[in-house]
Design a protein around this ligand. Structure first.
Ligand code: TYD
Length: 142
């Protein structure tokens, strides 16, 4: 068994509360973020109840942050499932490669920021669930 849903870690990011507004940051220091950021993307304007197909990555690691509103990240390592609710702008969910992930249940105005360890590469995706399970079982996936 390779990486599991227990390897997905919720990290509390620095939070500077101030009467002028709060500020949170993330930097590659080996603590809050265990990888250098090579890419960022964000998911927003998600209609209520909408579900996008889940997928896993062969080598990509990601950090999910709810910049606004809330959503749930469904995690699955082929054996165990886990759901993590994100609703604070200073909480980041680290998800290593080899984990099936799916952001769902977006609130109104929910915005999901994803910081990624690699540039976009379609070849790094596993979009088929059965292929994911067999790659996990054979050890082809971490
Ligand atoms: P994708 O990650 O496949 O999301 P989903 O599994 O929810 O459909 O992204 C959808 C499309 O967006 C994908 O086909 C290519 C494009 N895309 C990029 O060009 N760059 C990126 O960094 C991301 C995340 C997606």
């Amino acid at each position: 068994m390779g990486l599991s849903v227990d390897d997905c870690i919720l990290v509390e990011l620095p939070r500077l509360a101030d009467p002028r507004g709060s500020l949170t940051f993330v930097e590659y220091d080996g603590k809050s973020l265990p990888f250098p950021i090579r890419r960022a993307y964000w998911i927003y304007d998600v209609p209520g109840g909408e579900v996008r197909g889940g997928h896993a990555y062969r080598t990509l690691a990601e950090l999910f942050i709810a910049l606004s509103g809330s959503f749930v990240v469904m995690l699955d390592d082929g054996e165990c499932h886990r759901e993590v609710a994100l609703y604070r702008s200073y909480a980041g969910l680290y998800v290593p490669p080899g984990i099936w992930r799916e952001p769902v249940r977006f609130s109104t105005n929910g915005v999901c920021l994803v910081l990624a360890s690699l540039p976009y590469d379609e070849r790094d995706y596993i979009r088929d669930r059965d292929a994911f399970i067999s790659a996990k079982q054979s050890g082809e996936l971490p």
